[in-house]
Design a protein around this ligand. Structure first.
Ligand SMILES: *[C@@H]1O[C@H](CO)[C@@H](O)[C@H](O)[C@H]1NC(C)=O
Ligand SMILES: *[C@@H]1O[C@H](CO)[C@@H](O)[C@H](O)[C@H]1NC(C)=O
Ligand SMILES: *[C@@H]1O[C@H](CO)[C@@H](O)[C@H](O)[C@H]1NC(C)=O
Ligand SMILES: *[C@@H]1O[C@H](CO)[C@@H](O)[C@H](O)[C@H]1NC(C)=O
Ligand SMILES: *[C@@H]1O[C@H](CO)[C@@H](O)[C@H](O)[C@H]1NC(C)=O
Ligand SMILES: *[C@@H]1O[C@H](CO)[C@@H](O)[C@H](O)[C@H]1NC(C)=O
Ligand SMILES: *[C@@H]1O[C@H](CO)[C@@H](O)[C@H](O)[C@H]1NC(C)=O
Ligand SMILES: *[C@@H]1O[C@H](CO)[C@@H](O)[C@H](O)[C@H]1NC(C)=O
Ligand SMILES: *[C@@H]1O[C@H](CO)[C@@H](O)[C@H](O)[C@H]1NC(C)=O
Length: 430
């Protein structure tokens, strides 16, 4: 055994007889169920060594030890974080990983040091993303039943006086090809819970994610998962309580299955917004969203696309993007107190409906299915949902079947439908 900075590396296979095997939980079996996107999931190669990370304790920073463990046990190892409390106080770059497992049994907490993190976090141009740590490489599994805590409250409090504060996202998955993230609790992210970018072949399973303010400054932008430039992703069997999108499909999200989620307080399962930038191509394709529950949410199913740019407009971010939203199915959603059960709009960001219709979207929305929606929508009673296209040709083949969403008044549920072919909508368009 070799010891580096409170870090033990045990080489060789852990057998049932060794202390390492007996103290480590086995990797949970994570399989997409019941749906999958049709692409195979890469099998993890065997793990043949283990690095135990010992926490310093007393609030001291463990980020360097975790980094050293990941280096020492890269290419076929297990990084075991079995202590009750780890602190990450320095930006941690783990984008070099190859065939490793992380077992997190205790809690990983990020320091509430706003002055440090606003400068040192990893920054990306897309949505001004800022990250505490970034995980990438190939074949990585993270599990263990532990907690990842973003200490978001200090950030939500500071936002009151600084709305442009660069708040870190809790988990940055950047350029990870193949892996699973399962059986973890995530709490109080300063910003989104997950940013999944430039990644493929990942399964998220059995995650519990809660953003809850303990004072009058509410949690902000605590999206569950934001997918960007990512392919072949499954998100399933998880519980999310937050204040923003439960799942958000940003530009170039393809072949994604989302199933068996329970979302509370969210802005729904959202595609977009897309098409915001003139001349850019955004794609959202082959998304299958099955069996989700949505409570106290602004939306259940949501698709947001910008219209065309108004000629002469000075802004570079006011629509006019090209591309498409294609083959998106929401199959089975149960709503409790949502504002709109379905909100599809192709006039996003343009409050003037005349201008939206005059300069319709250059992004096509096609082959969209909403099937089996039940429950209640209350805010705009008797209206329970809305489907607004910017022209009759910019949306194609939008289908709604088996929709039974009721409202508190008990009046016949109404839907606001604009520029959309009503012959494939089994709803009461008004
Ligand atoms: C509430 O938030 C503050 C930070 O503003 C933190 O110090 C405190 O531990 C939190 N309390 C609970 C119960 O989470
Ligand atoms: C607000 O946050 C931004 C970004 O993190 C930072 O550059 C700026 O200095 C902060 N402003 C104040 C008044 O602290
Ligand atoms: C993803 O890849 C692109 C192209 O290489 C790069 O510009 C971008 O910084 C990467 N990461 C994110 C988060 O966008
Ligand atoms: C739907 O999801 C819920 C919550 O995860 C789960 O309990 C239930 O078994 C799922 N139902 C089906 C038919 O998959
Ligand atoms: C999305 O994919 C399209 C088509 O491949 C490409 O033109 C566009 O640049 C991509 N967008 C991003 C943000 O990567
Ligand atoms: C539509 O997307 C689903 C889910 O990813 C996929 O299984 C199916 O093959 C896609 N259909 C077409 C016609 O591409
Ligand atoms: C939704 O909000 C209502 C009214 O505020 C509350 O009674 C209920 O507990 C909330 N539901 C959930 C699942 O949080
Ligand atoms: C563009 O900006 C100029 C200078 O700020 C302003 O005079 C003009 O009205 C703007 N045009 C539009 C269409 O907003
Ligand atoms: C629609 O849902 C309501 C309330 O849950 C229920 O009473 C009613 O029977 C359902 N209607 C159909 C046609 O399933």
């Amino acid at each position: 055994m070799l010891t580096i900075l409170g870090l033990n590396v045990i080489s060789g296979l852990c057998t049932a007889a060794s202390s390492c095997a007996s103290s480590l939980p086995s990797r949970p079996t994570v399989v997409p169920f019941p749906y999958n996107h049709g692409k195979p999931h890469a099998i993890s190669s065997p793990r043949t060594k283990t690095c135990y990370v010992h926490a310093f304790g007393n609030g001291q920073d463990d980020s360097q030890t975790i980094y050293s463990a990941a280096k020492a046990c890269n290419k076929g190892g297990i990084i075991a974080l079995l202590d009750p409390q780890y602190i990450i106080g320095k930006a941690l770059d783990l984008t070099f990983l190859q065939s490793v497992d992380f077992i997190i049994q205790g809690q990983i907490s990020f320091t509430p040091d706003i002055a440090y993190w606003t400068g040192a976090s990893f920054k990306y141009a897309y949505q001004d993303a800022s990250l505490f740590w970034q995980i990438g490489g190939v074949d990585v599994n993270i599990y263990g039943g532990g907690i990842i805590n973003g200490n978001g409250q200090v950030w939500w409090d500071r936002m009151v006086t600084n709305t442009s504060l660069a708040r870190p996202i809790l988990v940055g998955i950047i350029g990870l090809q193949g892996g699973t993230i399962s059986n973890l609790k995530l709490s109080n992210p300063p910003n989104w819970f997950h940013f999944v970018a430039n990644s493929s072949d990942l399964i998220f399973d059995k995650m519990t994610m809660i953003a809850l303010s303990n004072d009058s400054n509410a949690a902000k932008n605590s999206d569950g998962w934001d997918l960007y430039r990512s392919d072949a992703i499954v998100i399933q069997n998880s519980l999310i309580s937050n204040d923003d999108d439960c799942v958000s499909f940003k530009p170039n999200s393809t072949n994604v299955v989302v199933q068996n989620l329970v979302c509370t307080g969210s802005h729904g399962i959202s595609v977009g917004s897309l098409g915001q930038y003139l001349g850019e191509t955004d794609i959202a394709e082959n998304l299958y969203i099955y069996n989700t529950s949505m409570s106290n949410a602004s939306d259940g199913a949501r698709i947001k696309v910008w219209p065309g740019a108004v000629p002469g407009s000075n802004s570079t971010s006011s629509g006019g993007g090209v591309g498409f939203v294609r083959n998106v199915t929401y199959n089975g959603m149960h709503d409790t107190r949502v504002d709109y059960a379905i909100e599809l709009t192709q006039c996003y960001g343009q409050s003037n409906a005349k201008l939206c219709n005059m300069y319709p979207s250059t992004m096509l929305i096609e082959n969209i299915v909403f099937n089996y929606f039940t429950g209640t929508s209350n805010k705009y009673d008797p209206i329970v949902g809305t489907l607004v296209c910017s022209s009759t040709t910019a949306c194609q083949n939008i289908v709604a079947t088996n929709i039974n969403v009721t409202n508190p008044s008990g009046k016949k549920a109404e839907w606001k439908c604009t520029n959309v072919d009503k012959s494939t909508l089994a709803i009461n368009c008004v």
